[in-house]
Design a protein around this ligand. Structure first.
Ligand code: PEP
Ligand code: MN
Length: 348
């Protein structure tokens, strides 16, 4: 429920509304705005009887929220959430996250990290614990992978994102990771979501294999409800009847997420397509669609990769894509500025 106050409502009116909400056993969340203040209500598991609020002064309207999420919605938080990771402010600066699917050995991760660092990439991705479809496939180096990530992080000053699959690994992962990745397969592992909701570290939440937008945002809500509001959403394609690509890239969800939620959203063209040749066009398309960043798999020798080689770019391919992304981001930014200033409309 959302209690929208009149513009003329005083601090005293707002205070009284909060008190009454608390007396109903619920939690008020004040949402200040330039036009008017609103008070979000959380803690209910069903319809709220709003009779106790009816007589209070200063209330303009009471909106019953029927969506399965509140804290992640723009209604509850109108301005964009910015997630700071070192020098990068995700949600304001376009972020390029790159690296291999998995850490495989010392040579591999050092080669990738040093190339990315030379280019100016700030965030390195690489899995240590890997969620693999077959138990016979490479499962990641585990603890040794974390150790290698820590080593390259120390050498290059890169920020690191790596996947957490098991709450039992969280402490060790927190020792290395600047962003915790929740993979598609765990998007609805609610206990895991609550665990990462209790730590102070940004979380990148991938969309589930066949999750609707509402289900994805409801999963993000689990993390925010525990107190961690530094959530980055990641579209990575969904399973459809189309088998020509590994997944179906849902680019339209990007502007839609930006409309419904204040959380930043990045796009993963590697998993969304599963095909090296499609990574470049889809990464560029995501920039135009308004994504806050992209996450791309890069391997020094994709044909020898232990996981996801078919969708990984080699270092040269990534180098050239990175330049294109940087140029396109600047172009789109300039276009947005022109639109905001109304120049495009008046140019004839
Ligand atoms: C990955 O990022 O390597 C990965 C396993 O992704 P997803 O969870 O999207 O399949
Ligand atoms: Mn992968």
């Amino acid at each position: 429920m959302l209690v929208v106050m009149h513009q003329w409502a005083t601090e005293e009116h707002i205070h009284r509304v909060k008190e009454v909400i608390e007396s109903m056993g619920l939690k008020p969340v004040v949402i200040p705005g330039s036009e008017r203040t609103a008070i979000g209500v959380i803690g209910n598991q069903g319809w709220i009887d709003d009779t106790p609020l009816m007589q209070l002064e200063g209330i303009r309207e009471i909106i019953h929220v029927t969506k399965p999420y509140k804290l992640v919605s723009r209604d509850f938080h109108p301005s964009d959430t910015l997630v700071r990771v070192g020098e990068v402010c995700i949600g304001r600066d376009f972020v390029v996250i790159a690296g291999p699917c998995a850490v495989e050995d010392r040579d591999q991760i050092w080669t990738v990290a040093s190339t990315l660092n030379d280019l100016g990439v700030k965030v390195l991705r690489a899995g240590a614990f890997k969620p693999r479809t077959s138990p016979h496939s490479f499962q990641g180096l585990g603890r040794e992978g974390l150790r290698l990530l820590k080593e390259v992080k120390g050498a290059f000053g890169l920020k690191v994102i790596t996947e957490v699959m098991n709450p039992g690994h969280l402490e060790e992962i927190l020792d290395v990771a600047d962003i915790l990745q929740i993979g598609a397969r765990n998007m609805q592992n609610f206990e895991l979501l609550k665990e990462v909701g209790r730590v102070t570290r940004p979380v990148l939440l991938k969309r589930g294999l066949a999750a609707t937008l509402d289900e994805w945002l409801a999963s993000a809500e689990y993390i925010l409800l525990e107190g961690n509001s530094e959530v980055i959403l990641c579209e990575r394609g969904i399973r459809t009847f189309e088998k020509a690509t590994r997944n179906t890239a849902d680019l339209s969800v990007i502007p839609l997420v930006k409309e419904l939620s204040h959380l930043p959203v990045v796009f993963d063209p590697s998993h969304a397509t599963g095909r090296r040749g499609l990574v470049r066009p889809m990464a560029l398309a995501a920039v135009v669609a308004g994504a806050d960043g992209v996450m791309i798999e890069v391997h020094p020798e994709p044909e020898r990769a232990l996981s996801d080689g078919q969708q990984s770019l080699n270092l040269e391919e990534f180098r050239s894509l990175y330049r294109e992304i940087t140029a396109l981001v600047e172009f789109v930014h300039a276009l947005d500025l022109k639109r905001d200033q109304g120049i495009l409309q008046t140019e004839g």
